[in-house]
Design a protein around this ligand. Sequence first.
Ligand SMILES: *Cc1c(COP(=O)(O)O)cnc(C)c1O
Length: 393
Amino acid sequence: MTVATELFPGGVNSPVRAYRAVGGQPPVLVRGQGARVWDADGREYVDYVSAYGPLILGHAHPVVVAAIEKAARAGGSFGVTHPDEVRLAELIQRGMPALERLRFVNSGTEAAMSALRVARAATRRNLVLKFEGGYHGHSDGLLAKAGSGLATLGLPASAGVPEPVAAQTLVIPYNDLGAVEAAFAGHPERIAAVIVEPVAANVGVVPPEAGFLDGLRRLTHEHGALLVFDEVITGFRVAPGGAQQLYGVIPDLTVLGKIIGGGLPVGAYGGRADLMDLVAPVGPVYQAGTLSGHPVVMAAGIATLEQLDDALYAQLEEIGAELEAGLRKALPEARIARVGSLLTVFVADFPALFRRLRQGGILLPPSQFEAWFLSAAHGEEEVSRTLDAARAG
Ligand SMILES: *Cc1c(COP(=O)(O)O)cnc(C)c1O
C-alpha cells in the first residue's frame, strides 16, 4: 500500500491529524462504536476526539447508520430541494428560532465565509472583527490568530492570503469588551460584523465571561454592525439551542456545522429573514453548492437531532462533571475548563499527558488547543478508564 505521507502533505487531509504537537505516529483507526475506536491491529481506545465534535451520539449510532443507509439507497442527490432539507431545517429552527431562514452548505468554513459575505452586503461595510484564537474555518480573511490548527503549528496566520484581504480582519483579545469598544471607535462605521465563538473552543475551552456576549450584542447594535455567532461547535452541543440559548444572547446571524450533519460533511448559516433574503436567488449575495443539502447528510443530521432531548443534555452534563471532578483529583497541577460536554485539561506538558493516556488506551485530540468531546455513549466505564490512565503518571 502507498503510504499516506507520499500522497498527502504531512500524510493527512487536515493538519492537526499529523500529531506534530504530541509526537509519535497517529493510530490507523478502522472502526468506531459508541465511545470506542479500534486501530488496524485491534487495539481499542476510548475516544475523546469524536470526529472533532460532530459525534454527539458516539460512533455508528444504529439510528444514524440506518438513516444513512436508507437515504443512500434512495439514490440522491437530485439537484432539487429534498423533503429532508426541510425537515432538518425545521429541527434546527426548533432549537434556534433566531434562524428565521437558513442555507445548507458543505462545511463550517463555507458557512462562516458566506455569513460574513451577507453581513458585508447588508451593512455595506468591509471590516470584520474577530477574536484571538477564534477559529471560523480556513477562508482567506479568517485565518489571523485562528486557534487550534495554526496555534498547534505555531503559525500566526496563513501564507498565501493577500495582504489587502488580511487587512479586512481586525483581531482583538477574547473576553475583552474594552478592545471591542476601541475597535469600533478606531474604525467608525467601517465594521460590518463581529464574529465570535460564543464559547471559545479552538484554544482549549474558554467560556465567555459574564456580560461579554451581552456586551457584544449591545456594542454591535450601537455601531450598526451585525453580531455573528459561530456555533459550529456549540450548536446543539452546549444546549438544544446552542450557546445563544444557554447565555440568552441572540445574534443576527449564526454559523453551524459539525453536529447538524450527524458525522457527515455539512455547514449551515442563517438568521434574520431580512438578512438571509439578501442571498441569491432572492438577493444579490451569490452563494451556491452542487451538493449542498445532500439527502444522505440531511438524513444523518435528522437522525441525530431527533435524539437530542433534555435528558441527553442532562446526561452529558453529568458525565462531563464526573470526568472533570475525577481529573481534578488525578491531575492536581492541571487547570480544567468545561462547558457541558466540552472539556480542556491545560497542563504544562500536554504531549506527556497525551502519550500517557494513549498508552492507557485513551485517545485525546492531539493538541492542547482542541477540546475533548464527550458523547452520549461515554459512561462510567469510559470515565474510570480515563482516570486510571491519568493517574498512572
Ligand atoms: C470546525 C469549525 C469550523 C470549520 O468547520 P469545517 O467544517 O471544518 O470547515 C468553523 N468554526 C468553528 C468554531 C469550528 O470549530
